[in-house]
Write a protein that binds this ligand. Structure first.
Ligand code: ADP
Length: 396
């Protein structure tokens, strides 16, 4: 079956058309500046990349353009839309309603909408993408794959905050966690690579990208994760602060004369490694600056790595040990400096990073020394493939 995977943001839409039998990507691309002007970058496998600047007043127009390119005589990869057997949608927040992927019926869409409060920047955009696809492909089954679903197995002690319990009951304030599709994919892949049953493994997945989260996967199930009610909690990220003393919010508001909304904007967009370094949210820029002697860039790298390592330590306690620490996503897969810095703290688990094995990018491999008693690995994530697999599995 050919599955169209859609990841829809407020002004952008990423897509991949995947052949689920061969698990190959037939085409992928990105619509940007939807509702502003509109730009489509379309990469059909085996053909030239196409860039089109054209009006995209809304998401329906963007999806319509994508479908046109997919079936285009020159740039297309399929003859007709009938070849698309299903659409898999990334949905950011499924609250406590969705512990697994679900066929997006009208009833389900209502329930997704009820989660909008919990992810006001993401879920409404996801819904717009779903509705645009439904409008243009009314007879094709649509499946929702939730970032939060994998973490619904967390025990209560991991998901409750130390707040009045009625806030959990009334508003659903609890830890939900994100990047679930990636944490699930990577932890399963770790078991496959090692030829083990996921039930027999304790894995800490470090999904380190622009947004970063760490997850404890015990016996194939998420038992704790660093992101919380929203993707702001956890390690310091590209521009997000991660966890901090909650009293800092009021303190900054008073000192800088900012509204609550403005402080939250600082925590989301001006903090993290960009805030600490004053240079960039991109770890490549930090590495270059640190090499040239910039102390704040180095401090940003260290704060980030230290925070990641602290979560690994916490999850070793939560799971009563760790068999594998797996690095994934943009930074985890590519940044050998950060992996080495995190690795420096992992001696207590019997993990020592081998500098030679670690000197690589984007490959699946063990990077700990042969005499380590637990493993450190790089396992590239593939959220789109995971969404396509979920979609097919559900429809079967
Ligand atoms: P997102 O959260 O947007 O999905 P990604 O997982 O794609 O993020 O990660 C993007 C980040 O990965 C970039 O901002 C950059 O910091 C980092 N990155 C990508 N390539 C490299 C590299 N070669 N070395 C270091 N960091 C890299």
């Amino acid at each position: 079956m050919k599955v169209l995977v859609i990841n829809c943001g407020s002004s952008s839409l990423k897509y991949q058309l995947i052949d689920s039998e061969t698990e190959s990507v037939l085409a992928k691309g990105l619509c940007e500046r939807i509702g502003i002007d509109g730009r489509l970058t379309h990469k059909p496998t085996g053909k030239d990349k196409v860039e089109i600047e054209t009006a995209m007043p809304n998401h329906t127009a963007a999806v319509s353009l994508v479908l046109k390119e997919l079936t285009d005589e020159k740039n297309g990869v399929i003859k007709s839309l009938d070849e698309i057997g299903a659409v898999g949608h990334r949905v950011v927040h499924g609250g406590e309603k969705f512990a697994s992927s679900t066929i997006l019926t009208d009833e389900v869409l209502k329930q997704v909408e009820e989660c909008n409060d919990l992810a006001p920047l993401h879920n409404p955009a996801n819904l717009i993408g779903i509705n645009a696809c439904k409008e243009l492909m009314p007879n094709v089954p649509m499946v929702g794959v939730f970032d939060t679903a994998f973490h619904q197995t967390m025990p209560k002690e991991a998901y409750l905050y130390g707040l009045p319990y009625e806030y959990y009951e009334k508003y659903g304030i609890r830890r939900y966690g994100f990047h679930g599709t990636s944490h699930s994919f990577v932890s399963k892949r770790v078991a496959e690579i090692l030829g083990k049953d996921p039930k027999d493994l304790k894995v800490v997945v470090c999904h380190l990208g622009n947004g970063s989260s760490v997850c404890a996967v015990d016996g194939g199930k998420s038992v704790d994760t660093s992101m919380g009610l929203t993707p702001l909690e956890g390690v310091p990220m590209g521009t997000r602060s991660g966890s901090l003393d909650p009293a800092i919010i009021e303190f900054i508001a008073e000192k800088e004369n900012l509204s609550l909304h403005e402080v939250m904007n600082v925590l989301n967009k001006k903090s993290g490694v960009e805030g600490i370094s004053g240079i960039s949210s991109d770890f490549r820029d930090l590495e270059k600056a640190a090499e040239e002697g910039d102390e704040r860039a180095y401090a940003a790298q260290k704060c980030f790595s230290y925070a990641v390592a602290k979560y690994v330590g916490a999850y070793a306690a939560a799971m009563g040990g760790v068999d594998v620490v797996a690095f994934t996503a943009g930074v985890g897969e590519n940044d050998s400096v950060i992996r080495a810095m995190v690795g420096e703290y992992l001696g207590f688990l019997g993990i020592k990073i081998d500098p030679e094995k670690n000197n690589c990018r984007g490959v699946e491999r063990v990077i700990s020394t042969d005499d380590s008693t637990a493993l450190a690995m790089i396992v590239p994530t593939n959220e789109e493939l995971a969404i396509a697999r979920e979609t097919v599995a559900l429809l079967k």
